[in-house]
Design a protein around this ligand. Structure first.
Ligand SMILES: Nc1nc2c(c(=O)[nH]1)N[C@H]1C(S)=C(S)[C@@H](COP(=O)(O)OP(=O)(O)OC[C@H]3O[C@@H](n4cnc5c(=O)[nH]c(N)nc54)[C@H](O)[C@@H]3O)O[C@H]1N2
Ligand SMILES: Nc1nc2c(c(=O)[nH]1)N[C@H]1C(S)=C(S)[C@@H](COP(=O)(O)OP(=O)(O)OC[C@H]3O[C@@H](n4cnc5c(=O)[nH]c(N)nc54)[C@H](O)[C@@H]3O)O[C@H]1N2
Ligand SMILES: [Mo]
Length: 754
């Protein structure tokens, strides 16, 4: 068993931050950057979408610091670098190596003859793109991908551009992330966003955390959990693994805790369900409430605000405890205890992240969690409601701005009224559809506003084949990554400013805006000098692509939008509900909150009420055809989850350690239960090959991984993403969400072939 850390935060966290700052070779500048992160006059931390109280306090977060230091390194990849390396050579390097080479500093075009990226002028780059798009037979042959760091302003212009061309093809990183949350919440409570704000964490009596590792991925959330625990609120965690940050936390902001004199216990109860077992957990909790704690049902709330209770109760009653226990991996006693904690107070918040959203049945699972809140009326009150904890710092804002493959009629009408063109009504592509269309040659061009779709998407071999079939791929990026190397006929890299850098487009200091997980919208402006004079802002790049491509097909003064982003915000105010007086509203410290109908007990659903979901608990984690294949195997089939280490940001790998889990210098690992290892004849450090069981003939395999015994339910194993994305079958996606099932992949584990 690894030597795990006993608490999250503390002095080790400060040490790690300092090391990261030193590695960036910009120590002084990054100290200042850290100070400016999440301040009213500063920039929004590119680390995660957790909100901030904007009290002005210096909010230290180790992984935010890593994200900042990584972006503002002094290393650069320039023309000389690309002259030295062919793309084929670069493809052999690791994700970590590629990004470690430094910031992209000039526009580049792929030359198929030399197999190298070569410098190109911005004007030439925009002209190639415009010519490429205008030569397409249909605008639907173009895919416009967004990663969730892009600002509101850049994403708004991006969707105007796409719709003016005539396509709704807006694949987005959230298709691989919280898609199921948006769908389930929209279906159940009429709004696809969380209903709580940061203040609610100060009022809640109970906070449930499902399938999330905040110690690594949302460290600032630990401050909220810490103060809640200290004032006596009960925190209940459901996680497949015993994550250190959910157990004990020492705030780096508090001197006594920092020095290790004390740490705060976070979770009062910690349950470790099986992968994908949370639907059964929530169903079991509902069963306890309905059958054993019926006096806790909030009959007034149910009657006034909900629809479908009778069918739901019937469905819950026919669900058998035996099935609930088998599927969840927890006992009836555990689930009964959790249910009694849930009904203790109406002031209950349920938080969740990827452990819930990346399964076959994620949409129903999230709907079931919401149903628990509807049973007791724990929503729309101070301290009560739903909290999907978003990942990328502006992923929620992108969607608000219209990065949607299926916009509503109301949105289209508003677009038409402001821009005087008829936006396309035919639904476009999500990531799943986009990659499939590229693979089939139906789509031909791909523009990526940030991100690393080649490494982030499932089934790496299939995804790369799809990208390599593009006639033109355009990447707007800060650092070199695997996507840029999956070149087809023609490819461009357009280097952009990062969040931390001063954006003086149009000769003035520009601010952009973002929306956090609590629907708070606020301004962000960087302050450090850009990594190169040749960088352009994402906003300008998108505006120029649109200007060159659309010419006079749309009557928009692109120059004025580029020269002053407040002009873009004026347009946003006219199209997107809730953004009236946008420019004035962002002057307030902390920004402004977008109205949330469900938090105000208004239900924008078909029935006008919050909906229960009377569906049966599914029999298995996998589709029937796959389940059939699984039962034919002679050796045990494990369920694999792919997750993040403490030293990475999605596909960006900062280093090889995962301190809280006791892992140092290695990422090719598989965490396994000691008994499972014994059954397979493995010991710690044994080398294994891992292969997927699926209902097709494709071999999906990763080799030479090290086994590591770990406190994990038997039958479940865990590996890091993105190294194990080759194992996730492209067709293994969530029902309705089409999100890759990154937290449940059926695999065989065998001694490595030498
Ligand atoms: N430093 C850092 N910060 C980040 C990111 C990063 O990579 N690095 N990524 C950002 C992004 S885009 C996102 S979406 C978030 C991701 O934030 P998380 O969702 O915390 O990310 P994961 O590492 O995927 O962790 C999933 C957690 O769920 C648990 N889990 C997995 N499957 C199950 C299950 O079936 N049931 C239960 N109950 N638990 C399960 C895992 O053990 C793990 O603790 O973080 C954001 N913030
Ligand atoms: N197996 C598995 N797969 C997963 C997941 C999982 O848990 N398991 N998680 C999924 C999730 S939750 C997500 S959100 C996706 C992430 O998918 P993406 O958002 O596509 O991937 P990132 O790794 O965040 O993108 C990193 C790249 O973004 C670029 N970049 C960084 N900052 C900026 C910037 O300011 N501007 C621009 N233009 N570019 C920038 C850099 O070039 C960097 O290489 O991955 C998904 N894939
Ligand atoms: Mo994400």
């Amino acid at each position: 068993m690894p030597n795990k850390s006993s608490k999250a935060g503390g002095i080790a966290s400060v040490k790690s931050t300092v090391n990261q700052l030193i590695k960036s070779k910009q120590v002084r500048r990054n100290m200042l950057n850290l100070y400016h992160a999440n301040k009213h006059e500063g920039f929004d931390c590119p680390g995660c979408a957790w909100g901030d109280d904007k009290s002005g306090a210096f909010r230290f977060c180790e992984n935010g610091a890593k994200a900042i230091a990584w972006e503002s390194t002094s290393e650069k990849v320039d023309a000389a670098f690309f002259a030295q390396h062919t793309v084929s050579e670069l493809r052999k390097q690791s994700d970590h190596w590629l990004e470690s080479q430094g910031r992209l500093v000039e526009p580049l075009r792929y030359n198929a003859q030399t197999d190298k990226y070569e410098p190109v002028s911005w004007e030439q780059a925009f002209t190639y793109i415009a010519d490429g798009i205008n030569a397409l037979q249909s605008p639907n042959e173009l895919e416009l991908y967004t990663s969730g760091r892009a600002s509101n302003e850049a994403s708004f212009l991006y969707q105007v551009f796409g719709r003016a061309l005539g396509t709704n093809n807006f694949p987005d990183c959230s298709n691989m992330c919280h898609e199921a949350s948006g769908i389930a919440l929209k279906r159940s409570i009429g709004v696809g966003k969380g209903t709580v704000t940061l203040k609610d964490f100060d009022a809640a009596d109970t906070i449930f955390v499902f399938g999330q590792n905040p110690g690594t991925n949302h460290p600032r959330m630990l401050n909220a959990l810490r103060s809640a625990a200290k004032r006596g609120a009960t925190i209940v965690s459901f996680n497949n693994l015993k994550e250190v940050g959910l157990q004990r936390f020492a705030s780096p902001q508090k001197p006594a805790e920092l020095l290790g004199l004390q740490a705060v216990d976070i979770s009062a109860q910690y349950y470790t369900p099986k992968l994908g077992g949370d639907f059964a957990v929530a169903r079991g909790m509902a069963k306890v409430i309905i059958e054993e704690l019926a006096e806790q049902l909030n009959q007034d709330f149910i009657k006034t605000h909900t629809h479908g209770i009778d069918a739901y109760i019937e469905q819950v009653k026919v669900t058998q405890w035996q099935d609930i226990e088998t599927r969840s991996g927890l006992t009836r006693a555990d689930i009964t205890e959790a249910a009694s904690l849930f009904v203790r107070s109406k002031k209950a918040i349920t938080c969740w992240a990827m452990g819930i959203t990346q399964h076959l049945h994620s949409v129903d699972t999230i709907h079931e969690l919401t149903s628990l809140h509807l049973l007791t009326g724990a929503i729309g009150l101070p301290g009560a409601g739903m909290c999907p904890v978003r990942g990328h710092s502006n992923v929620q804002g992108n969607r608000t701005m219209g990065i949607l493959e299926a916009p509503t009629p109301a949105f289209n009408q508003a677009m038409q009224a402001v821009f005087d063109f008829a936006p396309p009504e035919k639904p476009g592509h999500r990531v799943y559809d986009a990659i499939k269309a590229l693979h089939a040659g139906q789509s031909k061009m791909l523009i990526c506003l940030g991100g690393n779709i080649a490494a982030a998407s499932a089934d790496t071999a299939y995804t790369e084949q799809a990208l390599r079939r593009t006639t033109l791929m355009v990447n707007i990026a800060t650092k070199l990554n695997r996507t840029h190397l999956a070149v087809g006929q023609d490819a461009l890299i357009l280097p952009c400013l990062g969040r931390t850098e001063a954006d003086t487009t149009g000769g003035k200091n520009q601010a952009i805006t973002v929306e956090d997980t609590f629907s708070m919208v606020h301004a962000s402006s960087g302050n450090t000098p850009p990594a190169s004079d040749l960088l352009k802002s994402e906003t300008e790049i998108i505006a120029r692509i649109a200007q060159y491509t659309l010419k006079d097909r749309i009557a928009l003064d692109w120059e004025s939008l580029i020269a002053d982003y407040s002009n873009i915000r004026e347009l946003i105010a006219n199209v997107i509900p809730g953004f009236n007086n946008f420019n004035a509203q962002i002057q307030q410290p902390g920004g402004f909150h977008l109205y949330n109908s469900a938090a105000n007990l208004q239900w924008n659903t078909a029935s006008g009420k919050a909906e229960f979901n009377a569906v049966a608990l599914p029999d298995a984690l996998f589709p029937d055809s796959v389940q059939a294949k699984i039962t034919q195997q002679d050796s045990p089939v494990f369920t694999l989850q792919t997750l993040r280490s403490h030293d990475q940001y999605n596909t960006t790998v900062y280093g090889m350690n995962d301190r809280y889990r006791g892992v140092f210098g290695e990422r090719q690992l598989v965490f396994m239960h000691a008994e499972d290892m014994r059954l397979l004849g493995l010991t710690d450090n044994s080398l294994v090959d891992i292969s997927t069981i699926w209902d097709d003939d494709t071999e999906r395999k990763v080799t030479q991984f090290r086994a590591m015994s770990y406190d994990i339910p038997q039958g479940n194993v865990a590996c890091y993403y993105p190294e194990t994305n080759p194992l996730i079958p492209f067709e293994s996606v969530g029902l309705a969400s089409a999100t890759p099932t990154s937290k449940s992949v059926p695999v065989l584990i065998k001694h490595a072939e030498t």
